[in-house]
Design a protein around this ligand. Sequence first.
Ligand SMILES: Cc1cc2nc3c(=O)[nH]c(=O)nc-3n(C[C@H](O)[C@H](O)[C@H](O)COP(=O)(O)O)c2cc1C
Length: 104
Amino acid sequence: MQNNRSAGVTGYLLRDTDRFCQLLEGAQGVLDALYDRIHRDPRHHQIVLRMKRTVRERGFLGWSMGYGSLSAEDSAILARSFAGPPKGILLAFNRVSRIASVAG
Ligand SMILES: Cc1cc2nc3c(=O)[nH]c(=O)nc-3n(C[C@H](O)[C@H](O)[C@H](O)COP(=O)(O)O)c2cc1C
């Protein structure tokens, strides 16, 4: 959270029993460097970049990194959406936004 705050990164981190789903927002160069660091972190295995997109405004402005646990239902929905075509991935991202806005 400290790193993100000073780098102007916002986002949300969700976990279930053995997986994380993280959404990161910020300047392209900053995010590339952060993704590299996350990739090199030996605590991570099998990292998958699901989607990169340019947005007009951030959806997670209040969070240098919000954090929540996924319900079994949301976890199953995200897994299904991520496994599908790009439209499903976008739906999964929207779902993360909804989970975040409910969880606070
Ligand atoms: C699930 C998970 C999520 C992480 N998310 C971030 C993040 O959003 N920002 C960040 O700077 N580091 C994050 N880290 C830590 C990075 O992998 C890495 O250890 C850290 O950026 C190194 O920074 P430092 O050189 O300042 O210690 C995360 C680690 C884990 C395990």
